[in-house]
Ligand binder design. Structure first.
Ligand SMILES: Cc1cc2nc3c(=O)[nH]c(=O)nc-3n(C[C@H](O)[C@H](O)[C@H](O)COP(=O)(O)O)c2cc1C
Length: 185
């Protein structure tokens, strides 16, 4: 699979079979993540690999948003079941002090975003499925994983063999809507 095909055919996978994921494959995912670009190469990311069923169950329970922050019409996290059933969940954390802030842009989010795409594409290339889960109760998750207060938890990535094959993702905006030439608008 070439790189463009990999980018285009990757889909968020939210349900997983019981087939275990070999440790060597998890290591390959982590290697891909490790090689991602980051602000001043400071690599502000830290990852926690979770296989414990009770902890994954807690991830599922905590994958909600309080109503105030919930996007309009938001009910349950579509990845709620997948967080518990995936054989592995990779928790992506960031130390903001190890990344840049310039003109109110907080680059630790960018760093993790890029690492996340590495992880998702690597999983796709290895025949695994995953999804970026960004909606969860960070304050309740932090003590569960002994994460210090200054570290942000940015994403949860359930990893496993997809239960169903999914070819089509949600529609994308057309290039006309998102690309300008020479000037805005
Ligand atoms: C920052 C971020 C947070 C996300 N949070 C969630 C989430 O909490 N639950 C979920 O099921 N999907 C989540 N997604 C996945 C998106 O819904 C998904 O990428 C989008 O609908 C496009 O579908 P595709 O990935 O299959 O192309 C998130 C994606 C991103 C980039």
């Amino acid at each position: 699979m070439d790189i463009i095909e990999a980018i285009i055919t990757r889909r968020s996978m939210r349900r997983f079979s019981e087939k275990p994921v070999a440790e060597t494959l998890v290591q390959s995912l982590l290697e891909a993540v490790r090689m991602s670009p980051s602000w001043a190469n400071m690599q502000c990311w830290r990852f926690i690999v979770v296989r414990d069923p009770a902890t994954k169950e807690k991830f599922s329970e905590l994958s909600y948003v309080e109503s105030f922050f919930a996007p309009k019409g938001y009910k349950a996290n579509p990845s709620k079941k997948g967080l518990a059933e995936a054989p592995v969940v990779i928790v992506a954390c960031a130390d903001p002090s190890q990344s840049g802030v310039l003109w109110n842009q907080h680059y630790y989010m960018t760093d993790i975003g890029i690492a996340a795409q590495s992880l998702m594409l690597a999983a796709h290339g290895l025949g695994l499925g995953t999804v970026f889960v960004g909606v969860f109760d960070e304050e309740k998750l932090r003590p569960l994983l002994n994460i210090p207060a200054h570290i942000r938890i940015v994403g949860l990535f359930p990893v496993g063999y997809p239960r169903d094959e999914k070819k089509e993702g949600p529609p994308r905006k057309s290039l006309d809507e998102i690309v300008f030439h020479e000037k805005w608008g």
